[in-house]
Design a protein around this ligand. Structure first.
Ligand SMILES: Nc1nc2c(ncn2[C@@H]2O[C@H](COP(=O)(O)OP(=O)(O)OP(=O)(O)O)[C@@H](O)[C@H]2O)c(=O)[nH]1
Length: 188
């Protein structure tokens, strides 16, 4: 099963967050649709599957690193990944404080790769490249799937050549709308 291009598109996601925020639970739920309650905390696991997202066949890998990973191993996982799921628990405030720290580490690590991040990290596009979802992994699989699919879409969009990106199209559309609105105002 492949997309319009005839090829499977590789998408690599890394799941991060403070301890016990449900990282493994989310991965297992997405892969198997099941919530089993207790998970192995020690091992690093890469989950792999294929999914069709917007008619694009995606070869998806989700890396769930071990809770005691070294800083070097964390950075190498960040370099490996195309997209990130940052988890915190709404019942433990301390786990939320970990999110901006991880976000900063991701930005720094990716920037040091010398990619085109200066452009993509400008204020306007930053918003488009992040999503926020509140969900219970235990309650429903649909919210988990929607969240992972949303991130895959962001990654696919980011991988497209610049003129093809939805964000680029949106910028053009907004610019045109502004221009049209302005000229209409001038006629008045
Ligand atoms: N009630 C409830 N419990 C959850 C939910 N998600 C995960 N848990 C529980 O939270 C605990 C931690 O989940 P894990 O998936 O092991 O968390 P983790 O972030 O992978 O943990 P570490 O690998 O130690 O960092 C487990 O007992 C899960 O059953 C949820 O949505 N609701």
């Amino acid at each position: 099963n492949s997309g319009p291009s005839g090829k499977m598109v590789p998408v690599k996601l890394l799941i991060l967050g403070a301890q016990n925020t449900g990282k493994t639970a989310l991965c297992v739920r997405f892969m198997t649709k099941r919530f089993i309650g207790e998970y192995d905390h020690k091992k690093e696991v890469t989950y792999r599957c294929s999914r069709v997202v917007d008619q694009e066949a995606v070869d998806l890998e989700i890396l769930d690193i071990a809770c005691k990973s070294s800083a070097a191993s964390l950075e190498s996982s960040i370099r490996w990944a195309d997209g990130f799921l940052l988890l915190y628990s709404i019942t433990q405030r301390l786990t939320f404080l970990e999110v901006p720290r991880l976000k900063k580490l991701i930005d720094q690590t990716k920037q040091s790769l010398g990619r085109e991040l200066t452009r993509s990290l400008t204020e306007g596009t930053l918003k488009e490249r992040c999503g926020f979802n509140e969900l219970s992994v235990a309650e429903a699989v649909s919210a988990v799937e929607a969240t992972v699919f949303q991130l895959i879409r962001l990654v696919l969009d980011q991988q497209r050549p610049l003129p093809d990106r939805r964000s680029y199209m949106l910028t053009v559309r907004h610019a045109l709308t502004r221009k049209l609105t302005r000229s209409k105002t001038m006629q008045w």
